[in-house]
Design a protein around this ligand. Structure first.
Ligand code: COA
Length: 162
């Protein structure tokens, strides 16, 4: 059983994330989308809300599940006997940071291999904060987040400004 973990803040999950998840699900027996803690960020959505959005977005993918963990990613991998970390690369600018993280995770868990999947060209500009900004300022996030959760995210972001 080959298990991969796709960690991120997912604040919220976007269609760019979902694309990476779908492609990873074809490469591994099991993929866990892990809402993880980035100490440099203060998330807008609660962990439960982010998990709920992810669960609805992955409902059609039988070998994908969602979980949350606030500790070190390397410790989670060992707990779940996962050997791969999935990360999406949108541009060269992502690489330096991701390479540093991959080396740090490898030091913490020598069995961990980081696999980089290139984002599709149409998603290269996309990020969770861009979605939050568009939604909070009254713009449409249609096509930027999975269709099942579009309305709920739009409503939550609009409530923020009203
Ligand atoms: N499509 C769309 N957006 C994407 C994307 C894709 N394919 N890939 C990345 N992004 C966006 C993310 O939404 C995020 O947007 P934001 O900055 O607006 O929130 C941005 O690109 C950066 O993504 P990422 O580099 O994955 O950062 P993150 O905050 O989502 O996740 C963690 C970072 C949580 C994975 C990392 O901090 C971590 O591993 N934490 C656990 C603790 C730990 O082990 N730390 C030490 C590691 S050595």
């Amino acid at each position: 059983m080959r298990t991969a973990v796709y960690p991120g803040s997912f604040d919220p999950i976007t269609i760019g994330h979902l694309d990476i998840i779908e492609r990873a699900s074809r490469l591994f027996d099991q993929v866990i989308v892990l809402v993880s803690r980035n100490p440099d960020k203060s998330p807008f959505f609660t962990v439960d809300a982010r998990l709920g959005f992810i669960s609805r977005a992955i409902a059609a993918l039988p070998n994908v599940s969602a979980d949350a963990f606030s500790g070190l990613l390397a410790d989670y991998l060992k707990q779940r006997k996962a050997t791969a970390i999935i990360k999406g690369l949108r541009a060269v600018s992502d690489f330096e940071y991701e390479f540093q993280m991959a080396l740090a995770n490898k030091t913490l868990d020598p069995a961990a291999e980081t696999i980089f999947l290139a984002a599709q060209a149409k998603n290269m500009y996309l990020s969770s904060s861009l979605v939050r900004q568009i939604g909070a300022l009254g713009g449409s996030i249609k096509g930027l987040v999975p269709v099942e959760i579009e309305n709920d995210i739009q409503t939550a972001l609009q409530e923020e400004i009203s």
